[in-house]
Design a protein around this ligand. Structure first.
Ligand code: CMC
Length: 429
């Protein structure tokens, strides 16, 4: 028999069903709360509110568990490629060899972007932030592919829209990057797999072919897999919310990119490196910066520490820390910022302020160091997070549509003025 939750308001008891997820998570289904009681719930930041039922990603913040479609992140990061994981998230199962080859070949057929899109790139100021460009270019895809505008079109059309987005995203990212350098654009090449093609478009030159280091391909696959989905975070919720109005996939993902940009979400990877640089330039006194983070009168936060859901450790941070050590060793890089990062981590992990609040390094604490070692400039880091998160956003948008979820429309408790007397403009003070 399923559990019942009772809520007592004004002496009257109301019953609500308790539902249980496949991993034993419990929720009180309050969908009839307002109808029955006239009350709503209030939950700033949705810390206790489930917005949907989802079969994509499971995470247990207390135990530090993260699984995509039932597969542990540790196993996926070690044994699969980013493209396999993208397929898994979007279609629900790991692909067979034939399925992944067909997926790759479909993507390869759509990697070019309309030549007119380059005119938008020409219009942006040369030093403008790549996340702003990425968001507007992804939204602009809907102007070139009008069949995408109907979010309820046939499954074949929707599938093609998803493939186009996966295919064109790395090209857009590389064009933004090359444009920022003033270098000629490098076009996609079908002979490469998804990740190698991306790296070739980023680091390749028109003048000569480059060797793509398998160590770099492997590190990039790991990083993208670790970022590929994270259930109902700020950007995924944004994608679902925007998509719930039947807004097309490109525009919904563009909104997700904006949500990701903030330093409390995906922008943290850029903020971490900027913070480590600042500490280094300030003489490397980590104790001083830990004290700043603890000082409630100081707005400074230790970037790359803490997580809304993980309260013991972030399993992605464990994998990424090891990947970081490996890649720096293999590439023979000695980054002084890594020393500061290690000192900070050690000091914070033994400091009661961080221990009591369960603040541990998150995925972004180490990802920036790897991106730097691979040769990416700091303001591209969040764009790389977006590239990794893309399959997750697509999967979340697709699931929301397939479940025919209603438009997202939270309520509020109004705390403003009640009735005010209107004063005509000439009599106002
Ligand atoms: N440095 C110092 N104090 C912190 C930090 C931090 N990074 N994070 C949380 N706290 C303190 C906070 O001041 C509060 O203290 P008190 O209880 O005394 O008021 C307590 O810890 C709880 O913090 P919160 O802001 O209520 O926690 P939250 O769950 O709302 O925020 C967070 C989670 C990730 C926004 C926050 O920890 C943070 O701002 N971290 C730094 C930014 C960052 O690294 N973000 C990347 C997250 S992982 C990538 C992703 O998935 O987006």
């Amino acid at each position: 028999m399923s559990d019942i939750a009772e809520i007592k308001i004004g002496g009257k008891v109301y019953e609500f069903p308790v539902i249980t997820g496949s991993e034993g998570e419990k929720a009180i289904d309050i969908s009839k709360l307002r109808d029955l009681t006239g009350h709503i719930t209030l939950d700033f930041g949705y810390k206790n509110t489930g917005s949907t039922k989802s079969a994509i990603t499971f995470l247990d913040g207390e135990k530090g568990i993260l699984k995509y479609r039932g597969y542990s992140i540790e196993e996926l990061a070690e044994k699969s490629t980013f493209l396999e994981v993208a397929y898994l998230l979007i279609y629900g199962d790991l692909p067979s060899q034939n399925e992944v080859s067909e997926f790759q070949s479909q993507i390869s057929r759509h990697t070019l972007i309309h030549e007119d899109m380059k005119k938008f790139l020409d219009g942006y100021p040369s030093k403008s932030h790549p996340m702003a460009q990425l968001s507007s270019l992804v939204c602009s895809l809907s102007t070139f592919y009008p069949e995408s505008l109907n979010a309820n079109s046939s499954p074949e059309t929707m599938d093609l829209t998803m493939i186009k987005l996966l295919a064109k995203f790395p090209t857009i990212v590389s064009f933004i990057y090359k444009k920022s350098l003033g270098h000629p654009l490098i076009y996609p090449k079908n002979k490469f797999d998804y990740v190698s093609n991306f790296l070739n478009m980023i680091f390749g030159q028109r003048t000569e072919e480059i060797e793509i280091d398998p160590v770099v391909v492997s590190a990039m696959n790991t990083l993208l897999i670790l970022h590929a989905d994270h259930e109902q975070n700020c950007s995924a919720s944004t994608v679902r919310m925007v998509g719930s109005s039947d807004c097309n996939l490109y525009a919904s993902v563009s909104a997700g990119i904006d949500a990701l940009w903030g330093p409390l979400h995906g922008g943290a990877n850029q903020a971490v490196i900027e913070m480590l640089e600042r500490i280094k330039e300030d003489g490397g006194d980590t104790e001083k910066w830990i004290n700043k983070a603890k000082d409630k009168n100081d707005p400074f936060r230790m970037m790359g520490f803490g997580h809304r859901v993980y309260k013991n450790f972030d399993p992605r941070a464990k994998i990424i820390k090891k990947a970081c050590d490996d890649i720096l060793e293999k590439l023979g890089i000695d980054d002084p910022v890594l020393e500061i990062a290690k000192k900070l981590e050690e000091a914070a992990l033994s400091d009661p302020y961080f221990v009591e609040r369960k603040l541990y390094p998150n995925v972004d604490f180490y990802s920036g160091i790897i991106y730097r070692a691979l040769g990416f400039p700091t303001d591209m880091f969040t764009v790389l997070f977006a590239l990794g998160r893309l399959p997750g956003w697509i999967a979340q948008w697709k699931e929301m549509h397939e479940n025919k979820e209603p438009i997202g429309r939270p309520r509020q408790i109004y705390v403003g003025h009640t009735n005010r007397e209107f004063v005509s403009i000439e009599n106002r003070k």
